[in-house]
Design a protein around this ligand. Structure first.
Ligand SMILES: *[C@@H]1O[C@H](CO)[C@@H](O)[C@H](O)[C@H]1NC(C)=O
Length: 144
């Protein structure tokens, strides 16, 4: 996740210093880049919150593993988008779906946890995942 984060930092810095037409490079405007930055930090927070869930209970462990897999899939899709943007290519069309799908899978996995012993840490993780989903929706709204 740290690699994705630095990639996005590079992207934001690059987009600020590049003179090429914005539309052509798909780098987006300032609010768009802030949204992109937020979804990356949001994914990192969500990953950290999910990591705090006690996985002693096997069902919880399975759900947490699924939640982490969804988060990784979302992160990989974000990496694909970031790589396309920094190399001046068009972002792959299915990458946004990949981000959305990964976050949805993460949310469903967390929602499936019924172990009341971990409900506080699950609730904390759910709110981080929801924040990342909201950030993703902002990206779609602001990055034309
Ligand atoms: C993720 O969930 C939202 C809200 O339920 C839905 O609108 C969206 O289409 C889902 N994304 C994917 C890729 O299924």
């Amino acid at each position: 996740m740290a690699r994705i984060f630095s990639l996005f930092l590079a992207l934001v810095i690059a987009s600020a210093s590049v003179a090429a037409p914005v539309e052509q490079r798909q780098v987006g405007d300032l609010s768009c880049n802030i949204d992109r930055f937020k979804i990356v930090t949001g994914l990192i927070s969500a990953g950290s919150a999910i990591g705090k869930i006690d996985t002693t209970d096997p069902d919880t462990a399975t759900a947490v593993a699924a939640a982490q897999a969804g988060l990784k899939a979302a992160g990989d899709s974000i990496k694909d988008i970031a790589l396309a943007l920094v190399t001046g290519k068009t972002a792959p069309a299915d990458a946004r779906t990949g981000v959305s799908q990964g976050l949805n899978d993460t949310r469903s996995a967390l929602d499936s946890i019924t172990n009341t012993a971990v409900s506080d840490s699950v609730a904390a993780a759910q709110s981080k995942v929801q924040a990342a989903i909201d950030d993703g929706n902002d990206v779609i709204a602001d990055c034309k």
